[in-house]
Write a protein that binds this ligand. Structure first.
Ligand code: S3P
Length: 418
């Protein structure tokens, strides 16, 4: 007997926007009321970093109230846990704090590339050091931005772009990416009155200006909704309604990719706010393979693991390309997705910047997947498990607390036997 998903789920607040909702008002004047922030381990790290910097963060019935600095001497060691966003954007915040400190994290974070932020920060006059030739955390950072800078980045990365913009608050900065990554920082800074211009040739130009806190309604996280979109789209008889989900066009690649694969998804937009949101309705249908590369791969980067699962269940071939950045996420997501799909009996070819997946059915012995250190793999393979006749044995599935602590409760609420 198979399963289907039916019901309505309000997915938790967007992780990227929640990080920014604590970190950016820390640098601003006044108080931001933050509603619907994600309550997860990663976001708690950013909240703690904002407080360490000098912000006052208070919870009340409405949400969180974040009141900006003045910067104080933060603790010597700031632990960013598993969170790359906390470490990278956090460097941009701590660039404005006096004194010297160490930023560290868990085993996964300490292997992730940091030269991409240390280089620009050093050019702005900050003293920064890292392990392994200034490429890895723990990082040592001495606050004090001395000059402006111009950065034509080699890799599209919202974390790097945001770290530079935050560090550039006092003296201004110019930054350009080869392709536009998620623009949550630009949207929030603009709403806060920052003097930020996006030029037609892709350059972002930030001039020194006053930032005034604004209230922030954090949208539902499309990256979390993606698991229900993927599961319901591939399970016949499913129908799932997802209200209030963020559909920022620099982030909505998973929707576009699923639609290209033939998914039955309707998108009913809400009234405009800092971030656009919509009610998404998804129904089970037959899917076909697609090509996910270029801008589409960038706009669906965090969802590529679950899109790979969908591809393995679709008819025909799917090519995922231009996604080498997946190798330096919470784990090497190309290697681990390929290995995981093969454990489900799928035919997958690994490529340096992605993979080629031959669609079919899952079978063979019950797969065992270790999601150690990577929340998105735990959830992607939980979705895959709905399609294996014997389910899946997920080890270290508790990693879901990084971004979606209620994931398994929501799965239980939606799941129906058919
Ligand atoms: C994020 C940016 C992306 C994304 C990550 C969150 C952000 O990383 O994969 O999950 O909030 O800025 P990169 O900027 O390193 O590509």
């Amino acid at each position: 007997m198979g399963v289907r998903l039916r019901g309505s789920i309000r997915v938790p607040g967007d992780k990227s926007v929640s990080h920014r909702a604590f970190l950016i008002p820390a640098l601003a004047e006044g108080t931001a009321v933050v509603r619907n922030a994600l309550d997860s381990e990663d976001v708690a790290r950013s909240r703690a970093l904002a407080e360490a910097f000098g912000a006052t963060v208070v919870r009340d019935g409405e949400g969180w109230r974040v009141t900006g600095g003045p910067p104080r001497e933060p603790p010597d060691v700031v632990d960013c846990g598993n969170s790359g966003t906390t470490m990278r954007l956090g460097c941009g915040v701590l660039a404005h704090a006096p004194g010297l400190r160490v930023l560290t994290g868990d085993g996964s974070l300490r292997t992730r590339p940091m030269a991409r932020i240390l280089g620009p920060l050093a050019q702005l006059g900050l003293e920064v050091r890292g392990r392994e030739g200034d490429t890895r955390a723990p990082l040592v950072l001495r606050g004090g931005v001395e000059r402006t800078g111009t950065f034509d980045l080699p890799v599209a990365s919202a974390q790097v772009k945001s770290a530079i913009l935050l560090a550039g608050k006092a003296r201004g900065v110019r930054v350009r990416e080869p392709e536009r990554s998620r623009d949550h920082t630009e949207r929030l800074l603009t709403a806060m009155g920052a003097d930020l211009t996006t030029h037609a040739d892709g350059w972002l130009e930030l001039r020194p200006s006053r930032w005034e806190a604004v209230d922030i309604d954090v949208p539902g996280d499309l990256s979390s909704a993606a698991f229900w979109l993927a599961a319901a789209a591939t399970l016949p008889g499913s129908e799932v309604v997802l209200p209030g989900v963020g559909v920022n066009p620099t982030r909505d690649g998973v929707l576009r990719a699923l639609l290209a694969m033939g998914a039955d998804i309707t998108i009913e937009p809400d009234a405009q706010a800092i971030e656009p949101t919509a009610t998404l309705v998804v129904r089970g249908s037959g899917l076909v393979g697609a090509r996910i590369d270029g801008e589409l791969a960038l706009a669906s980067l965090d969802e590529l693991p679950v899109l790979a699962v969908v591809a393995a269940l679709a008819e025909g071939e799917t090519v995922i390309a231009d996604a080498a950045e997946l190798r330096v996420k919470e784990s090497d997501r190309i290697a681990r997705v390929v290995a995981g799909l093969r454990a489900f009996g799928a035919r997958v070819e690994e490529r340096p910047d992605g993979m080629v997946i031959e669609g079919g059915r899952f079978g063979g012995p019950r797969p065992r997947i270790d999601a150690h250190g990577d929340h998105r793999l735990a959830m992607a393979f939980a979705v895959a498990g709905l399609h294996h006749p014997d389910g899946v044995e997920l080890v270290h599935a508790e990693s879901v607390r990084t971004s979606y602590p209620s994931f398994f409760d929501h799965l239980a609420a939606l799941k129906e036997a058919r």
